[in-house]
Design a protein around this ligand. Structure first.
Ligand SMILES: O=C(CO)[C@@H](O)[C@H](O)COP(=O)(O)O
Length: 235
């Protein structure tokens, strides 16, 4: 059932390890088949080096398992809410990558300090509000999705493909599972550079709106000029 999607999601999960974003069983990646309304997601707590395409769990958008013997990722409800809220996305990543998590733990948005940031994120990467005790004691995983959607607000989720969950870590998304991992790897790089930039020059104000716009739109959207015509995100 949806073998190609399960294989893509397996590869994307293994790419979290290759990208240095996760330790042990931390983190998770999912992908969606919009036509069938089914999500393929990492099984919970399974070491990446033992994970097989058959271990990838399929659920519907209500979280009902339709394929697989394993329990789905413990973050499933967050992934599902993001798919329901952001209709253009095809993949979701959660990691505890260190520098992005440092910003999340500090409950600070990552400021747009340079063109590396602007190539991927059209503005500061937002941080969620801190969940209330009632939200934590209720459905914490679902409410994590709620505060991410709030933090994105009226921004286009494809121009801001990441948010930091205060006190927790980053969630990223993209056109598919591989694209979401790509964004998560870049987010970690941008977060690392921002920590050091702010340490070196605490008063830094970041780049201007015009430089941010120029770099972002050079790579994204109908008028993008970067790379080759067939690719929105050539490296
Ligand atoms: O943040 C968390 C749990 O709070 C997760 O990222 C875990 O690190 C991985 O959980 P599974 O996807 O294996 O359930």
């Amino acid at each position: 059932m949806l073998k190609a999607l399960r294989e893509q999601v397996l590869e994307a999960n293994l790419d979290l390890v290759k990208g240095g974003l996760v330790l042990y069983t931390f983190g998770n990646v999912s992908g969606i088949d919009r036509d069938q309304g089914l999500v393929a997601i990492k099984p919970s707590g399974v070491p990446y080096d033992r994970m097989k395409a058959d271990d990838i769990v399929l659920t519907d958008l209500d979280g009902k398992k339709v394929y697989g013997d394993m329990r789905p990722s413990s973050d499933l409800a967050t992934h599902l809410l993001l798919y329901k809220s952001f209709s253009g996305i095809g993949g979701v990543v959660h990691s505890h990558s260190e520098y992005a998590t440092i910003w999340a733990q500090a409950a600070r948005a990552i400021p747009a300090l340079g063109t590396t940031h602007a190539d991927y994120f059209h503005g500061p990467v937002p941080v969620t509000r801190v969940l209330t005790d009632a939200e934590i004691e209720g459905d914490y995983v679902l409410n994590t999705g709620v505060v991410i959607v709030e933090a994105i607000g009226d921004k286009d989720p494809m121009s801001m493909p990441a948010a930091l969950v205060a006190g927790h870590g980053p969630f990223c998304w993209g056109r598919d599972a591989a694209d979401a991992v790509h964004n998560a790897v870049v987010l970690e790089s941008v977060a690392r550079m921002a920590v050091h930039t702010v340490a070196l020059r605490p008063e830094t104000r970041g780049i201007s709106q015009s430089l941010l716009d120029q770099h972002y739109f050079r790579k994204h959207g109908a008028k993008a000029t970067y790379g080759q015509a067939s690719s929105d995100k050539a490296l």
